[in-house]
Design a protein around this ligand. Structure first.
Ligand SMILES: [Zn+2]
Length: 421
């Protein structure tokens, strides 16, 4: 198989719908899902009724914003509320194929249809092709990862070595003896395999036969990608998803963001209000997978990103998520402390001479530094402000006083400029 085979081609026609077709496709899928879920999921019915949302009101994609957001952490509570995972499921547990348990703890149901988790187009885009022998290093127990990432390989007629994680020595032996062509796992574990292989005196390009790698589950730098691609002489692409819904987005050969999976409708929303934001604005990824068995409508993932609709040379027309810029709940973790915007707001509210504020977090030399930017004129209570800040938030920031109008009109209260490379 030549390398060129892995860089081109489209798995499904849904990936190349034109703008009008795509709009229509989303509308039809969402309408069907909303109607079905309202009818068969007790929990959905309750939530729609409580929000006074009737499915007839859904005419255009923008109408989805009237459906209340479902926070991931609510699932833990909801699932304990009775049969069918608290009424979230539209069928009985015995009618499913599998039920997993992921950290939280949250149950993750898997129904019986093909490509339930929806990763097949993602694996194809990453470069997996029929006839590949693939080592899957994700865990096969309890959590869905192992079996979830085996499914697309079966769909694409690849063979799998289900190694799961660990046993690095054996993993390398297997790769060498069986001439494994594909890797599935985390980027850091692939790096670990590379290091251990080199320590053993393996020539990763000559003694091993890896040509393609699908990675997920971790943030990684472009530097790590290019290091691994060079070390093994392979193509490494990433996917993005969750244990609840499966695939949400994936990279194509051109690696310019994550094409939104055609099995889902994705919104970028304000983390507090759940209101959809404009293209390019950073907000929380809110996903609605077209899954009638387990209809998690408007599930807020806790991950922050933005939407990019520029065309991609690969020909796929789905909008893309930019990089995952952080977590809603951890972007404000500074020097090990959680800093929430509303706490800062409470402190600032005692100083009416402060018009606007923003917190900037950097990490020069790997150490967190927090700067409190305030817009004010003739401010004289600096020590008092810093003292109160320290009392309430347990961190003493550097203070930067700006003349009113300096900060851009739309800001994130906590601007995380830390560099993790
Ligand atoms: Zn593309």
């Amino acid at each position: 198989m030549t390398r060129k085979d892995r860089t081109e081609g489209i798995f499904s026609r849904r990936e190349v719908l034109d703008a009008t077709e795509r709009q229509k496709y989303y509308q039809i899928q969402l309408k069907e899902l909303l109607s079905y879920a309202y009818r068969y999921s007790e929990d959905v019915k309750k939530r729609f009724d409580r929000a006074q949302f009737s499915v007839e009101k859904f005419r255009d994609l923008i109408d989805l914003k009237h459906v209340p957001i479902l926070k991931k952490k609510e699932l833990i509570f909801l699932q304990s509320m009775g049969p069918r995972l608290g009424g979230l499921l539209t069928k009985d547990l015995g009618e499913l194929r599998r039920v997993f348990l992921s950290p939280g703890p949250i149950f993750d149901p898997e129904d019986r249809g093909d490509d339930y988790w929806g990763w097949t187009e993602s694996f194809y885009a990453a470069g997996f092709r029929s006839g590949d022998l693939v080592q899957n290093t994700f865990n096969y127990h309890m959590t869905p990862a192992g079996l979830m990432f085996e499914e697309p390989l079966r769909q694409l007629s690849c063979a799998v070595v289900p190694t799961g994680p660990g046993n690095t020595g054996s993993q390398l032996d297997i790769m060498k003896k069986l001439r494994v062509t594909g890797y599935v796992g985390t980027p850091s574990y692939l790096m670990h395999l590379a290091q251990k292989g080199e320590e053993k005196g393996l020539n990763l390009r000559k003694d091993l036969y890896l040509e393609v790698a699908f990675v997920t589950g971790e943030k990684f730098s472009e530097k790590l990608r290019s290091t691994l691609e060079k070390k093994f002489d392979l193509i490494m692409r990433q996917g993005y998803g969750t244990a609840d819904v499966g695939c949400i987005g994936y990279e194509c050969f051109h690696k310019n963001g994550l094409h939104i999976a055609n099995r889902a409708y994705v919104e970028i929303c304000h983390p507090d209000t759940g209101f959809p934001l404009k293209d390019g604005e950073v907000g929380e990824i809110v996903v609605t997978a077209f899954n009638k068995t387990y209809p998690l409508i408007r599930l807020a993932t806790g991950d922050l990103s933005y939407i990019d609709r520029a065309s991609c040379p690969c020909g796929r027309t789905s909008p893309r998520l930019g990089t995952i810029v952080g977590r809603v709940d951890t972007t404000a973790r500074i020097k090990g402390m959680f800093v929430y915007p509303h706490q800062v707001e409470q402190v600032i509210s005692s100083f009416e001479e402060i018009k606007r504020w923003q917190i900037e977090v950097t990490n020069p030399g790997g150490i967190d530094e927090m700067t409190l930017l305030i817009e004010t004129s003739g401010f004289k209570r600096e020590e008092e402000l810093l003292h109160m800040f320290r009392e309430k938030i347990k961190i003493r920031p550097a203070l930067k006083i700006l003349t009113p109008g300096t900060l851009p009109p739309q800001i994130r209260f906590i601007e995380d400029k830390r560099n993790w490379d």
